[in-house]
Design a protein around this ligand. Structure first.
Ligand SMILES: Nc1ncnc2c1ncn2[C@@H]1O[C@H](COP(=O)(O)OP(=O)(O)OP(=O)(O)O)[C@@H](O)[C@H]1O
Length: 581
């Protein structure tokens, strides 16, 4: 065992599980930033439509108090203001609708961009369930609030305007109205605090729910085979998560509804007091009654929107937390550099498992790679082979130790140069539907189809315009397609993580005895993680791992000249021509 690495430093990016920080996400700021002109116009139109609505109320009151001589003029003004109000409301509705969709699209792109830019370890720690919940549910919640903003602004202005008008009609009554409203708002806020706690809890449980929903799809086979298992999963696991989210959200929304009811009660109470107790009829009372009756609509709408704002605030906070967890940016992708050597000195990495409070430590590891070398990485399950491969490819940054590429130290600013050396097919590889990143490469379809034929897949799949004709294939066949994509990238170093494990015995032979030597003959380096001990002789070196340590690193013996004589190792005669892409 080497010196202990700094505890959990490697997992320090686990910000997603940190206690929630105050929301660093301002929805208004974000919408404004996306499109300042459109946002300002939208706000202006909704504010003006609020002013116009107040003007309408004043005109109605003037008409009610009129002796009839100015009714015609008032009528014309009323018609004009009504048209302007409707036009403004429509314009702000359309503008905020557009902005809402823009927010939805931009936030989704922004999350995708953060995921792309963040180091792999940070993305792994945030986890797919949180990202899925965020990109679907939370982002949608935020966009919905944006669509409601014009109504909120219009109503806020209408309420303020009406209050001014009430003050003008009667100051003492206005003071009473303002006092009652303050009481209503204070009561609402008190309840809303408690409601927010429930909504935050629901947000946290939402991640578990999405994880279970994904297990429902990915684990369909296992669940369908065993009814008891399916029922247990549906009721106890998925069902419990659905129920927890439902209960927490219901609690939150019920509390908010009670808060709104308290607000409405106060308003109605005040209308009653003004009409039946304090004014005792008269013009002021009529004016107050008309305005207060009008106010019920905007006040009710604002009360209705407050719960939406509370839910959106929680969504914004989750977004801010996740973005903070993904805040570290990897260096910009670098163009492929020439490869002369890659060396790791005393490199370590540690995983911290929060649930079991256990640490897996890899290293300190010393290992070096040269061009045109085939290295087998072998060892028991969980010995750290894939983790080492992630360090070698630059997907993980070492916690300590030194990486040298072509003699120069690789640091956080140059790690992308290290990554640019590699193409890899990991055990949990993903086969994209097309040869992404390669469009426009010369003869792409022809070269891909030659490789497909070489991998005995011609009857199953072809490439047309860079797209695979199908991905409905066996796991082994999809892995062959992943290999096609990796080889076509034409990078100097390839990593295959137990690639041959899903191949039939005949094809294992093709992989180890034909493809690997041909890649070597093209000057490629290959790191092969393998349990196929009968093919270990195909490597130049065998590196053994145990418990996160390299326990052996030895050359296989057969030198390259001897190999070339050996009929087992053919010349690179065929399709793997390394056409630069
Ligand atoms: N994403 C992860 N988060 C936390 N711990 C992990 C993670 N991936 C691996 N580990 C831990 O690291 C150890 C080494 O895993 P690794 O996948 O590197 O082993 P391996 O030698 O490739 O195993 P196998 O032959 O089964 O693929 C595991 O025992 C596991 O506890």
């Amino acid at each position: 065992m080497g010196p202990s690495p700094a505890p959990v430093a490697a997992d320090a990016a686990n910000a997603a599980s940190r206690p929630p920080q105050e929301s660093g996400f301002s929805l208004l700021g974000f919408v404004f930033g996306q499109n300042p002109v459109e946002f300002s116009t939208a706000v202006a139109t909704s504010l003006l439509s609020g002013v116009a609505a107040v003007a309408l109320i004043i005109l109605i009151n003037m008409a009610l108090a009129s002796d009839g001589s100015d009714l015609a003029t008032l009528g014309l003004v009323f018609a004009a203001v009504a048209v302007v109000t409707v036009a403004l409301q429509t314009a702000s509705g359309i503008l905020f609708g557009r902005l809402g969709q823009e927010v939805l699209a931009r936030l989704r792109s922004r999350i995708a961009e953060r995921v792309e830019a963040a180091p792999l370890r940070a993305v792994e720690q945030v986890g797919p369930a949180r990202l899925q919940a965020l990109i679907t549910d939370d982002v949608f919640t935020l966009a919905t609030v944006v669509v409601r903003l014009p109504v909120l602004f219009t109503n806020a202005v209408a309420i303020s305007g009406c209050l001014f008008y009430l003050a003008w009609l009667s100051l003492p009554l206005f003071v009473g109205a303002a006092g009652m409203m303050a009481l209503g708002v204070a009561g609402y806020m008190l309840v809303a605090r408690r409601a927010r706690h429930h909504l935050e809890h629901a947000g946290g449980r939402q991640d578990t729910l999405f994880a279970h929903l994904s297990a429902l799809v990915l684990g369909t086979k296992e669940l369908k085979l065993n009814r008891a298992k399916a029922e247990d999963f549906r009721t106890r696991h998925l069902g419990a998560a659905i129920e927890t989210v439902r209960r927490a959200r219901t609690h939150g929304i019920t509390l908010l509804a009670l808060g709104s009811a308290w607000g409405s009660l106060i308003v109605f109470g005040f209308i009653g007091l003004v009409l039946f107790v304090f004014t005792g009829g008269g013009t002021v009372a009529t004016g107050y009654a008309v305005v207060l009756l009008f106010l019920i609509g905007p006040l009710a709408a604002v009360m209705e929107d407050l719960p939406r704002l509370a839910v959106a605030r929680v969504a914004g906070q989750r977004l801010a937390e996740t973005e903070a967890a993904l805040a570290t940016r990897d260096t910009e992708p670098a163009p492929p550099a020439p490869f002369a050597s890659l060396a790791f000195e005393a490199v370590t990495h540690a995983y911290w498992d929060e649930r079991t409070a256990e640490m897996f430590r890899l290293g300190p590891v010393d290992i070096a790679f040269a061009p045109g070398e085939i290295v087998f990485l072998v060892g028991g399950n969980g010995s750290g082979k894939t983790t080492l491969a992630k360090l070698v490819t630059g997907l993980y940054a070492p916690e300590s130790g030194t990486v040298r590429l072509n003699g120069a130290i690789v640091d956080d600013t140059s790690r992308s140069t290290q990554r640019a050396l590699f193409s890899a097919v990991f055990g949990d590889f993903h086969l994209f539907e097309s040869l992404i990143g390669l469009s426009g490469a010369p003869d792409l379809d022809a070269r891909a189809n030659r490789l497909i034929s070489r991998l005995a897949l011609t009857h199953k799949v072809s490439v047309d315009d860079g797209h695979f004709s199908t991905r409905d294939l066996s796991t082994g066949q999809r892995k062959r397609l992943a290999l096609v994509a990796a080889v076509l990238e034409d990078r100097p170093f390839l990593v295959f993580d137990e690639w041959a494990a899903d191949q039939d015995p005949a094809f294992k032979g093709v992989f180890y005895r034909e493809l690997l030597p041909e890649l070597k003959a093209l000057g490629k380096s290959v790191l092969v993680i393998s349990h196929d001990d009968r093919y270990f002789d195909c490597g130049d070196r065998i590196v053994h791992m145990e418990n996160g340590q390299i326990t052996g690193d030895a050359r296989t013996g057969a030198d390259d000249d001897a190999r070339r004589e050996d009929p087992k190792f053919p010349e690179p005669s065929f399709v793997f021509q390394s056409t630069p892409i």
